[in-house]
Design a protein around this ligand. Sequence first.
Ligand SMILES: NC(=O)c1ccc[n+]([C@@H]2O[C@H](COP(=O)([O-])OP(=O)(O)OC[C@H]3O[C@@H](n4cnc5c(N)ncnc54)[C@H](O)[C@@H]3O)[C@@H](O)[C@H]2O)c1
Length: 359
Amino acid sequence: MSVIRLAIIGCGGITLQNHLPGLALVPEARLVALCDTNAEVLERARAQTGVTIVSTSFEEIVRRDDVDAVIIATPNFTHAAIALAVIAAGKHVLCEKPIALNHAEARAMAEAAARAGICHMTAFTYRFVPAMRYLGHLIRRGDLGQPYHYRSCRLQDWGARPLGWRQVKKLAGTGELGDMLSHRINFAHHLVGPISRLVANTKILVHERGGQPSDLDDWVAILAEFANGASGVLESSKLASGRNESWRSLDYVEINGAEGSFVFITGQWDQLQYGRVGGAGLATIPVPREFWTWPGSPRNPDEGDPLVTFRYDQVFEFIDAIRSRRPCVPDFHEGAAVQQVMDAAVQSAALRQWVDLPA
Ligand SMILES: NC(=O)c1ccc[n+]([C@@H]2O[C@H](COP(=O)([O-])OP(=O)(O)OC[C@H]3O[C@@H](n4cnc5c(N)ncnc54)[C@H](O)[C@@H]3O)[C@@H](O)[C@H]2O)c1
């Protein structure tokens, strides 16, 4: 397969920030169609890209013979229906996270994608931070030893501003849990393995945003046990006042094992902190240059702001997997596994009880 012809469904924030600049770096990808239900947003994207096939109906785009693959970047409640239509049309699909509103939907998407034999990918963008990929490599190499503890902390200051669909349960599913913690649950799966049971709490602190009700969590915490016996503590907040709202605010992961400890911070994309068991404490280790870009990515890591540009490797991975006829990393199965943990967290918070996850 030479050039992959792509359509983007949903031309809002994340499409402008990640998908369009990422696609511009991949010569083997050609953006051929755009879809958004908001005519103004669609026109802005058309003017910006020069793409001539535009529609406000995803069904119209999905059935086109001149589209090989689709990026879904719409609000969460639309993901499952659009993805299932894309899969039924036999096209490859990259879907924004969280891929669905609940695990049943996510599992149906993963199973349908696997049956159809198409490439399926979940946009867990922070897996593309060079330091995260290097950390995964070091852990697989054995530098951590038996994992003891996983700890993640995402602290932002979103204040009481209106969040649009993100503040409405039936449109977003969950608040901070799906928005931010889903990425860190995926880190936990990637670095430690599956979670076997958890207890969680969520909190709505701002009940009205922009004069509209906000019925979703601003804060979430999970106490987890992993199948391999490790323990986990995951916390995420939109209301860590004064910490700023961006990827420059705190995004911290610490992992302790029998052989040592590592600290990953998204803002420090080219380094980790590492301490050996019995040693003097944590010291900085640089991420080798070969990890600064995703394998095969044409991106020049010396160009642009590295805290922005690592995101562009995500769409490269999607296109490269399609062309190489191999599974994408991370795929819908990873998206569904995260959704299962999210469902358990919602259930646990509602019941005020520990919840077991199936093996
Ligand atoms: N991977 C990441 O790091 C990351 C970051 C931000 C957002 N996201 C995810 O991306 C998705 C979109 O978020 P956003 O911030 O871009 O939202 P947004 O509101 O800025 O954009 C969504 C767009 O989808 C359009 N839309 C809604 N329903 C549609 C439909 N049925 N068909 C076609 N278009 C439709 C809207 O008009 C809007 O323009 C969400 O799932 C979000 O969780 C992921």
